[in-house]
Ligand binder design. Structure first.
Ligand code: NAD
Ligand code: ZN
Length: 247
């Protein structure tokens, strides 16, 4: 860990008037959720087709079987790690305004963060493909797949953004507004290779924000927009940042 750089990053955080975090799968890796891409990524084990919206519409049972196995059988028992917790403390102590996340795992909220925009939806909610009713996952019985709507018996879909599905309009609008307001953005654990998510830090930068990036390896942001690149695991770096901010 580069202590000088870390100190400079902490100075920036202290000075910032409107800091926003932008997080991806990497922040949850140490909670036990694998990312999609990379050496230990999910796509090395399963075919991403089951997350395509057309596939889901045509074969909801097959799609649900895999989604249940990779997300639902695990996610309820998974806990936020120190990186999620430090972000929640930063919000509590007014060092951070909001979090924009591409994750669907609800771990930011579980850690105590209140202002979280979920660009790619959440596993916590199911939505009816017929009548659009929404249900908390605690009401669903996933022993019988696919789960069906209590109102119209339509098939329920996880409220996550499938491939070829649009981003939820409200989260998208708010995320770009936050990016424009930010004078500091912390990018944590994301390649952000898909649009529009990939544009969010760029918009922040164009509007004058400084960029701190935390990742185990460089991304396309590192050379293009990052001011302070802190290389390492999200948990280790965020733990140090937390200490230096006396959280
Ligand atoms: P990604 O899978 O493309 O990339 C993960 C990133 O995290 C990489 O840059 C990698 O270097 C970094 N990383 C891995 N371990 C790390 C660690 N311990 N500390 C810091 N960084 C680490 O993920 P993505 O760019 O976020 O986007 C892919 C899509 O996958 C997103 O839309 C997201 O919704 C979805 N996804 C979500 C979850 C989740 O909710 N936890 C898990 C997998 C995928
Ligand atoms: Zn319904």
């Amino acid at each position: 860990m580069d202590i000088t750089k870390l100190d400079q990053a902490v100075k920036l955080i202290r000075k910032a008037k409107y800091a926003v975090a932008f997080t991806g799968a990497g922040i949850s890796v140490e909670s036990g959720i694998p990312p999609f891409r990379g050496k230990h990524g999910l796509w090395n084990k399963v075919d991403p087709i089951f997350l395509e919206i057309e596939y889901f519409k045509n074969k909801p049972l097959q799609s649900w079987k895999i989604i249940k196995e990779i997300f639902y059988d695990k996610l309820n028992n998974i806990e936020p790690n120190i990186a999620h917790k430090v972000l929640a403390k930063m919000e509590e102590r007014s060092f951070l305004e909001t979090i924009i996340t591409q994750n669907i795992d609800h771990l930011h909220q579980k850690a105590g963060s209140r202002y979280v925009y979920e660009l790619h939806g959440t596993y916590k909610q199911l939505v009816c493909t017929e009548c659009s009713s929404e249900f908390d996952i605690s009401f669903a019985n996933l022993d019988f797949l696919p789960p069906t709507c209590y109102i119209c018996k339509g098939i329920l879909k996880p409220d996550i953004v499938f491939f070829n599905e649009p981003i939820p309009a409200f989260a998208k609008k708010r995320s770009f507004e936050e990016a424009k307001k930010a004078d500091l953005m912390l990018i944590i654990g994301t390649n952000a290779e898909v649009l529009p998510a990939a544009d969010i830090p760029v918009v922040a930068k164009e509007n004058g924000a400084k960029i701190i990036e935390i990742n185990i390896k460089e991304t396309h942001f590192t050379k293009e927009i990052t001011d302070f690149y802190l290389q390492g695991k999200a948990s280790e770096i965020m733990k140090e940042i937390g200490k230096k901010l006396y959280l």
